[in-house]
Write a protein that binds this ligand. Structure first.
Ligand SMILES: Cc1cc2nc3c(=O)[nH]c(=O)nc-3n(C[C@H](O)[C@H](O)[C@H](O)COP(=O)(O)O)c2cc1C
Length: 283
């Protein structure tokens, strides 16, 4: 049976690691970081960088979707338009735990809203997943090369992500019959984009109106950056919104290593039943 509105087995693990590490460091710094690796399709090399963990999609642990924010003008954004496959790694140094997540990132911004396909749940049967244009193998590689930038991001994802208002309304969902589940609406995606933007500090909001990231630093741009930092560039907080994007990481594989106990576990999402398997493996 397909599971929905449930916490994947690795969700409490990430939650506990985040809170235990923050407690061990006395909330200093008061945020959690991780590294996100994407593929640069032009060079074929992975690119890796540190990001702030922004919690669960729709602020709901049962979404099982990890979020981060970024600037649309940054390289990772372009890379995610070409190829949504990523690996993210969290290292909690005080409690000595590492969690690696593999999955697909769908962008949420003024131009993109993740497309969720619930047909497999609503029909009560598994619908074969369309081959991904950025899948494995030569045919997929050729398809990826031919794909337009937005095609990857527009492809529906077969997940069990439900509309937040649907989840709230139907907390006793055992009674539901096939055909009744609804994915997040356009309005709910927009509300999530606004929730995350409004959750940013004033200082962080200013970064979204800075000159093009990674463009050559000229004297003029240095002056503008200084003005932005001092809040005297004559622009409003909302001026950065157009460059603001959320990455939503739909996880399908987790590798959890407890360095303190020398124990290692892998969690894998079964694409057909949408259930998770857990195995302890040799470290
Ligand atoms: C502690 C720390 C936290 C960061 N958090 C973010 C973040 O949440 N989002 C982001 O886009 N960049 C963040 N950065 C900057 C990125 O590491 C990176 O330099 C930037 O995103 C450009 O990467 P790209 O050109 O590969 O997209 C952070 C850097 C550090 C050191």
């Amino acid at each position: 049976m397909v599971q929905f509105n449930f916490q994947a087995p690795w969700v409490p693990i990430l939650n506990n690691c985040v809170s235990n590490e923050l407690a061990a460091t006395d909330n200093n710094p008061p945020f959690t970081t991780f590294q996100l690796a994407t593929i640069d399709s032009k060079t074929g090399y992975p690119q890796n960088r540190t990001l702030i963990y922004r919690g669960w999609l729709f602020n709901n642990k049962s979404s099982n979707v990890i979020t981060f924010t970024t600037d649309k003008r940054m390289e990772k954004y372009q890379e995610l338009l070409d190829n949504d496959k990523v690996e993210a790694v969290f290292w909690f140094s005080h409690i000595r735990k590492q969690i690696r997540f593999r999955g697909n990132v769908r962008l949420l911004d003024s131009e993109h809203q993740p497309s969720i396909d619930l047909n497999h749940i609503n029909s009560g049967e598994v619908v074969p997943i369309e081959p991904n244009s950025n899948g494995d193998g030569p045919a997929a590689a050729a398809a990826a090369a031919a794909s337009t930038l937005s095609r990857v991001q527009k492809q529906p994802l077969q997940t069990s992500l439900l509309s937040p208002s649907f989840v709230e309304k139907d907390s006793t969902q055992d009674d539901l019959t096939a055909g009744q589940y609804t994915p997040p609406t356009a309005e709910e995606w927009q509300q999530e984009l606004d929730r995350q933007w409004n959750g940013l500090s004033k200082g962080l909001k200013t970064t979204f109106r800075k000159p093009e990231p990674k463009s050559l630093l000229t004297e003029e741009k240095a002056k503008l950056i200084s003005k932005i930092q001092r809040g005297v560039d004559g622009k409003k907080e909302e001026d950065g919104y157009k460059n603001f994007a959320i990455g939503t990481l739909f996880v399908n594989y987790v590798d959890y290593y407890e360095q303190d106990k020398d124990k290692r576990f892998v969690y894998e999402l079964d694409n057909e039943s949408h259930t998770w398997t857990e195995e302890e493996v040799c470290p």
